[in-house]
Design a protein around this ligand. Sequence first.
Ligand code: GUN
Length: 288
Amino acid sequence: MTAQLLDGKTLARTIQTEIAAEVAEFVARKGTKPCLATVLVGADPASEVYIRNKRQACERVGMESRHTSLPAETTQSELLGFVAKLNADPGVHGILVQLPLPKQIDESRVLLAVAPAKDVDCFHPENVGLLVQGRPRFLPCTPHGVQQLLVRNAVDIAGKHVVIVGRSDIVGKPLANMLVQKAAGADATVTVCHSRTRDLAAVTRAADILVAAIGKPRFITPDMVRPGAVVVDVGINRTESGLCGDVDFDAVREVASYITPVPGGVGPLTITMLLKNTLIACQEQVGV
Ligand code: GUN
C-alpha cells in the first residue's frame, strides 16, 4: 500500500480563505482590524523565516501585523517591559514572542507575562489550564493544525488509539490534552511516549494514528508503524540533505494509509491556526 498524502498546504489555503471572509465581515461591522504583534529577540535565521511567514499570512487574510526585533543581548526585564507595553496597547490583539529565546532570558517567565487574552500561542498556564479542563479560550496552534488535518480529511479520531511520540509543551502535551477530551474531533485513547519509553516500537505499532513530534530526523521507521495506520509528522529538521521530518517518509509511506509530507503537512496549518486565534482574540477584546 502507498499512503495517501495529507496535504496541509492546500488545506491551509482553504481555511485561510474561510478566515479571510470572517475577518472581512468583522472589519466591515466593527471597523477594527485584528492585529498580531510578533517579537523576535536576536537574529536566529530559522526564527526570522517563521516570523516572515506568519506576517505574510496575516496580510493574506486581511489582518495587521506589527513586528519588533530586539537585540540578542536584551535582558529579561527589558523584554518583560516590552511585553507589558503590548499587553496595554488596545491596538494589539494577539502577542507572539518567538521561541527559542536567548539563554539569559527565562522563557517561562516571559510566557507568563503575556496577557492571557492576547496569548494566541496558548502557552500561558491559564490558557493551558482551560484547555485541560475542556473549555479552551484558544487552541494551541500546532495541535489544532494536526486535529484539523485529520478531521478535514475524514480521518475518524473518536475511539481511536492515538500515539504521540514527544512530550513537549508546544506539541505533545497539548495535543494529548485536546484529543482526549470528550468533544467533536477528539474522544481518542491517547498514549504519550518519549525518550524513556520502554520498547517504543511496540507502543507505536499499537497506534491507529501515530504523531511524531520529537525533533529527530527520520526517527520513525516502517517497523514502528502498523500497516494501515495514519502517520502525522510534526518534525521539521534541518539536515545536510535539506529539510526532513521525524518520519522516514519514503519507507513509511509504503506501510501507512495516510501520511503528511514535510514540508507541506502540518507546518502551513500551524500558521493558519495562529490567524484563527488572532481573530478570536480580537473578537473577544472588541466584542462580536
Ligand atoms: N518556535 C517554534 N514554534 C513556535 C510557536 O509555535 N510559537 C512560538 N512563539 N515560537 C515558536
